[in-house]
Design a protein around this ligand. Structure first.
Ligand SMILES: NC(=O)c1ccc[n+]([C@@H]2O[C@H](COP(=O)([O-])OP(=O)(O)OC[C@H]3O[C@@H](n4cnc5c(N)ncnc54)[C@H](OP(=O)(O)O)[C@@H]3O)[C@@H](O)[C@H]2O)c1
Length: 253
C-alpha cells in the first residue's frame, strides 16, 4: 500500500523533543521511516524519547536554545556529524503569562529565544552549503496566539506572530533551493504546557470560553505531530510559506 506521508530516507532534526508535541512528533516521524536527531535541555527526558523512536540510526544531544549565540558552532558540528538534513521540526517553546505593565524586554527576549530567534538561527545555519538538501522542508510550531490577542500573552503572541511572518520571508530567500518552510498553529493541545496552564487559570473566563469555543475538543499531541509529518513529507511538496490552523473550531466557532 502507498503511504503518501512515507518519510523513508529523510534525516530530520527535531527541537523540543523531551516532551509534549516534540516527543510525539519525533516518535511519529520515526514510525513513518525517518532518521532523527532530537534535542532539548533535559537529558533524561530526551533519552526517554530517543528510546521510544522506531528504527535505527537516530541520535540525540542536549542544547539550550536560550543561548542563541552558541547555536552556530553547535550546528556546524552537527551538520558535519549527522548531516545533511532533509527536514527540521522546531517544537521547542516556552509560554509566559505576564501583565503588559510588567512585561519588560528581558521577558519578551526569554520567550523569543526558544521560540523565534533559535528557529531563525538554526534554519540559517542549516541552509549553509552541505547542511540541508534542496527541496527539504522546515516546520515551526506557532499557535493561534499569533492571531488572537489575549491578556498577559504579549510575549508569547509576538513570538508566534514573528514565526509566521518570518517563514513568508525566508522562503523568498530560499527559492533557488526550493526549501519549503511552514508553521502549524494549534490552539489548545493536551500537553504538560496546557495542563499547567489549566491548573493555574482553571476558574478564569478564558478557560471557560476555551472549553466552549474549541468545540472539536482539545487537540492531541499526535494530531499536531501528524500535521508536521505531512508538511515534512513529499505529500506537501507545493505547500510553502504558510500557516496551518489547528484550532478545533476556536477562531470561527
Ligand atoms: N500545548 C499547547 O496547548 C500548545 C498550543 C499551541 C502551540 N504550542 C506550541 O507547541 C510547542 C511545544 O509545546 P508543548 O505543549 O509540547 O510544550 P512542552 O510539553 O512544555 O514542551 C516544550 C519543549 O520545548 C523545550 N524547550 C523549552 N525551552 C527550551 C530551551 N530554552 N532550549 C531548548 N529546548 C527548550 C522543552 O524541553 P526542555 O525543557 O527539556 O529543554 C520541551 O521539550 C511550543 O512552541 C508551544 O508554544 C503548544
Amino acid at each position: 500500500m502507498i503511504n503518501p506521508m512515507d518519510l523513508t530516507g529523510k534525516n530530520i532534526l527535531v527541537t523540543g523533543a523531551s516532551g509534549g508535541i516534540g516527543r510525539e512528533t519525533a516518535i511519529q516521524l520515526s514510525r513513518l521511516g525517518a532518521t532523527l536527531v532530537v534535542t532539548a535541555r533535559d537529558e533524561e527526558k530526551l533519552h526517554k524519547t530517543y528510546k521510544m523512536l522506531e528504527g535505527k540510526g537516530h541520535g540525540y544531544f542536549t542544547m539550550d536554545l536560550d543561548y542563541v549565540d552558541y547555536i552556530e558552532p553547535i550546528m556546524k558540528q552537527l551538520c558535519k556529524d549527522c548531516g545533511p538534513f532533509t527536514g527540521f521540526a522546531h517544537c521547542a517553546g516556552f509560554t509566559l503569562m505576564r501583565p503588559f505593565a510588567k512585561t519588560k524586554r528581558e521577558h519578551i527576549d526569554y520567550v523569543m529565544n526558544s521560540s523565534f530567534y533559535s528557529f531563525v538561527e538554526i534554519a540559517r545555519c542549516l541552509t549553509k552549503k552541505g547542511c540541508f538538501t534542496d527541496e527539504g522542508s522546515m516546520v515551526a510550531l506557532s499557535s493561534t496566539a499569533s492571531i488572537q490577542g489575549k491578556q498577559g500573552k504579549l510575549a508569547y503572541s509576538a513570538a508566534k506572530a514573528a514565526l509566521d511572518a518570518a517563514v513568508r520571508c525566508m522562503i523568498c530567500d530560499l527559492k533557488k533551493k526550493k526549501i519549503r518552510i511552514n508553521t502549524v498553529m494549534p490552539c489548545w493541545v493536551d500537553t504538560h504546557m496546557f495542563r499547567e496552564y489549566l491548573e493555574l487559570y482553571s476558574d478564569t473566563f478564558e478557560i471557560k470560553e476555551m472549553k466552549e469555543k474549541q468545540y472539536m475538543g482539545v487537540t492531541e499531541p499526535v494530531e499536531v505531530a501528524n500535521t508536521i509529518a505531512f508538511l515534512l513529507s513529499d505529500a506537501a511538496k507545493t505547500i510553502t510559506g504558510t500557516s496551518i490552523l489547528m484550532d478545533g473550531g476556536m477562531l470561527q466557532g
